[in-house]
Design a binder for this molecule. Structure first.
Ligand code: NAG
Ligand code: NAG
Ligand code: NAG
Length: 464
């Protein structure tokens, strides 16, 4: 009886919400007016209160060097709650799944302790509604002969046999670059309090990894409707997402081989294994990436900003044929631009190199800068001799020393010539985001958790 009484209240709230929602398109981020936004906040709060209980999500990040488990805990308003000291439970194990190519069972079993720990964090009565997901990145993608399929299948069996968490076969998969990118977008926008806001108030993310660079931002309904369906490599450009009850069209694209370490190789390819004008004066060595070795030597005249920019722009393939309007580089559609691209956050190597080059100070979680700052630093780096670079740029890591001119010219060119940013545009370099007085690293597992919890609640019913 008591239980029934309990359920009446939410039902009542539910009909109020329905009434509110039927008065306008209040949940559509693309069309929200200020007054509608107010309505939305009110109605969303109503929905969320009616959910009452906490929610958890258990996310496995299966990387090439190790596997990690993240458990996130949300209150009924979908704010993060602490688990112990931190806003997540985290543990890892080495090596990664791909090291068990010949033994799928052993691969799955390597996750068992993490699964048990992760599950133990979730209160028993909530386990059947708590999603457990695994996203495999680079390492598993490269295994041959169906080995990765067998490993994923063994992991599915493990999840099914050994846990009482909510499990779906498709939640154990290899993550496409664009999925990783859109989950990263969700994480950054969530931590910055932007989820639920109209798309012009969201943050665009550019994540410069070692192997690939990803750009993600919310686009208008109209832009999404006119978008090309697939890129040259067959991935969807636009992903329709319902995030905590708000609908977004996310443009997300991962440029393979344009991450910082891969791009060095692309730039060496242009100089055809001879001297390269991006290498600091006085350095003669080799650079190895993806099993290939490239000569990394400065010309007798030393490095040069202008000549380095020339080879870098060739490596970017700005003039590759592109059948769409508003292309970026290497024949890729850029998402059409728009207001979702106004606040730009740059992450990973952008952040690290900015510290190494003295553009921002070390030990800050985030900082503001402009593309032109990368150009200024590049001009200085490109006239610095290899023997002096540690004195001029004391923060550079030893393994990056010969490449400082190259990396800075690349990052500047990528932003301005590749993505078309104004050199004077203010952007944010980000490593961590301040969330309720704690610094949290923005990474895809949090976005994946929010996406999973969003899709399990029935908020999408409220879309009109
Ligand atoms: C899970 O159970 C299936 C059949 O129920 C079995 O074939 C498989 O070996 C089990 N896997 C693990 C990892 O325990
Ligand atoms: C550029 O695009 C082509 C066609 O999609 C792709 O094969 C290639 O890997 C991309 N990257 C580079 C660096 O050429
Ligand atoms: C470049 O030269 C080095 C040594 O001369 C050689 O080992 C390497 O295979 C060459 N790389 C390419 C891409 O041709």
């Amino acid at each position: 009886m008591v239980k029934q009484k309990h359920q009446l209240m939410p039902l009542f709230t539910f009909s109020c919400i329905l009434f509110l929602l039927s008065t306008g398109n209040v949940l559509d981020a693309a069309g929200a007016e200020p007054s509608q936004a107010l309505n939305r906040k009110f109605s969303l709060d109503g929905i969320l209160r009616s959910e009452e209980s906490e929610k958890y999500a258990v996310i496995f990040d299966a990387g090439s060097t190790g596997s990690r488990v993240h458990v996130f805990r949300f209150d009924p308003n979908m704010d993060l709650l602490r688990i112990g000291q931190d806003f997540e439970f985290y543990d890892k194990t080495n090596p990664g799944l791909s090291s068990y190519a010949d033994d799928p069972q052993a691969a799955a079993l390597s996750l068992k302790p993490l699964l048990q720990e992760g599950q133990a964090v979730v209160p028993e009565e909530l386990r059947p509604q708590t999603p457990v997901k695994l996203g495999a990145t680079a390492g598993l993608r490269m295994l041959k002969n169906g080995a990765s399929d067998e490993i994923l299948q063994a992991v599915r069996d493990l999840f099914k046999n050994e846990s009482s968490l909510e499990y779906k076969a498709e939640w154990v998969s290899i993550l496409e670059g664009s999925e990783e990118a859109s989950d990263m977008w969700i994480a950054i926008n969530y931590l910055s309090g932007r989820i639920g806001k109209p798309y012009p108030d969201t943050i665009a993310t550019v994540d410069l990894g070692g192997g690939s660079v990803e750009m993600t931002y919310a686009i208008s309904e109209e832009n999404a409707a006119n978008a090309p369906k697939f890129s040259n490599d067959g991935e969807a450009y636009v992903h329709e997402k319902y995030i905590l009850g708000t609908k977004y069209h996310l443009y997300a694209y991962s440029y393979l081989y344009y991450g910082q370490l891969a791009a060095r190789a692309e730039i060496f390819k242009v100089s055809r294994n001879s001297t390269n004008p991006c290498i600091l004066d006085g350095y003669h060595g080799f650079y190895t990436y993806g099993g290939e070795t490239y000569e990394a030597s400065s010309p007798p005249s030393g490095s040069s900003f202008k000549k380095c920019r020339q080879v870098t722009l060739k490596a970017l393939k700005l003039d590759a044929p592109c059948e769409h309007e508003k292309c970026t580089f290497n024949g890729t559609w850029g998402g059409g631009g728009g207001e979702g691209q106004e606040n730009v956050y740059l992450a990973s190597f952008f952040f690290d190199i900015a510290i190494e080059a003295g553009i921002i100070s070390p030990n800050v979680p985030s900082a503001s800068a402009r593309p032109i700052d990368f150009k200024r630093a590049a001009r200085l780096a490109c006239v610095t001799k290899y023997e002096d670079v540690k004195t001029v740029f004391p923060n550079v890591y030893d393994e990056d020393l010969p490449y400082l001119c190259m990396d800075l010219v690349y990052e500047y060119s990528l932003l301005v010539y590749g993505f078309g940013l104004d050199p004077f545009k203010k952007v944010t370099l980000v490593r961590q985001i301040n969330y309720q007085n704690s610094l949290i690293g923005a990474a895809w597992p949090l976005g994946s958790a929010i996406d999973a919890v969003s899709s399990l609640t029935n908020w999408r019913m409220y879309q009109y």
